[in-house]
Design a protein around this ligand. Structure first.
Ligand code: BTN
Length: 328
């Protein structure tokens, strides 16, 4: 009920009378008053004027289940939210919830992680208050071999949500396969993990670390990391971004599962691909090669062409790609 009142006030952007709220939600004036008071205690600034009603003036930057749910437009993505003020890692929590039977689309969100995990065994430093650490639990009925493409689907959803929030001028894009980049620096990392039996997927955890309002990074990443706030020069309401990531993810996921590959998404992905048409350094165990990136295939491999015009496909996880001069 509190979430519904909040959504109503947010959408109306003006005074809404207590009477109207009572009639719309079928509850007493006292019940409305109590919900409004609880919202105020949580940091929502709500003006109450007799004869006019209530108006939402400002919102705290909360990422609780209520704050996110009141913004969701999805059918299933993020419809079951588990929020932690502090936890070890949302990927660990999502995996355990998956084992306990949590539904497809469960979203685990943490304000702070004390054991945040990055790719290749790295740590993901996760202080409270400024960023988003979340893991989406999926239970897809797809072949194990196709699961890694979900990371690219997530990257597309995040890039789209960030573009919507920051505006096109900030040129947010994807560095293959799944880093979100703004202005040459990394804005977001994705860690996808899978729990599978011999021949079927039990569940998949898509972990997302998105730098939203953070202004200072640890020395070791400060050269390559950025945040939406640093690039745009203002703060963002984190729950808005989470809800949009869920909306875009659900949309792209529905396209992906139809074919179990990226054939319906390749063109859009390639439009977002920062490396597209650029020279890249292809790093593999046998050495390094300079080539030009042409775009991805429907299975998510990157097509590169060398100076002699020879094309080849490189596979995420086996090969890394860097820019010729730096990270991108
Ligand atoms: C990377 O190394 O680029 C991936 C980083 C992924 C970090 C996110 S934060 C939420 C989720 N929980 C974790 O422990 N890791 C992922």
């Amino acid at each position: 009920m509190k979430e519904k009142i909040l959504t109503w006030l947010r959408e109306r952007k003006d005074y809404v009378s207590g009477q109207e709220l009572c009639e719309h939600f079928g509850v007493s004036r006292t019940a409305i008053w109590k919900h409004i008071n609880n919202l105020k205690k949580e940091g929502y600034e709500i003006d109450s004027v007799s004869n006019k009603g209530y108006r939402l003036i400002s919102e705290p930057d909360l990422i609780t289940a209520e704050a996110v749910t009141s913004r969701l437009t999805t059918k299933w993505a993020g419809r079951n939210i588990v929020f932690y003020e502090e936890t070890d890692s949302t990927n660990i929590r999502a995996k355990l919830l998956g084992e306990e039977g949590a539904p497809h689309g469960t979203l685990v969100i943490a304000e702070k992680q004390n054991a945040g995990r990055g790719r290749r065994g790295r740590t993901w430093v996760s202080p409270a208050g400024e960023s988003v650490y979340m893991t989406l639990l999926l239970k897809p009925d797809i072949a194990i071999a196709n699961a890694s493409m979900l990371t690219l689907v997530a990257a597309m959803a995040i890039a789209e949500a960030v573009k919507k929030a920051m505006g096109e001028e900030h040129a947010c894009g994807i560095k293959w396969p799944n880093d979100i980049i703004v202005n040459g620096k990394k804005l977001c990392g994705i860690l996808t993990e899978m729990s599978a039996e011999a021949d079927y997927i039990s569940h998949i955890e898509v972990g997302i670390g998105l730098n939203i309002n953070i202004e200072h990074f640890a020395d070791e990443v400060s050269q390559v990391a950025t945040s939406m706030r640093l690039e745009a020069g203002h703060r963002f309401i984190r729950a808005d971004i989470i809800a949009d990531v869920m909306a875009y993810f659900e949309k792209y996921y529905e396209v992906f599962v139809q074919t179990e590959d990226l054939s319906g998404l390749v063109d859009l992905y390639n439009e977002m691909l920062i490396n597209c048409g650029r020279q890249v350094r292809v790093l593999e165990q046998s050495g390094e090669q300079i080539a030009t990136a042409k775009g991805i295939t429907k299975t998510g491999s990157l097509v590169v062409v060398d100076d002699a015009g020879v094309e080849r496909e490189i596979i995420a996880g086996e090969v890394s790609v860097r820019g010729v001069l730096g990270y991108v």
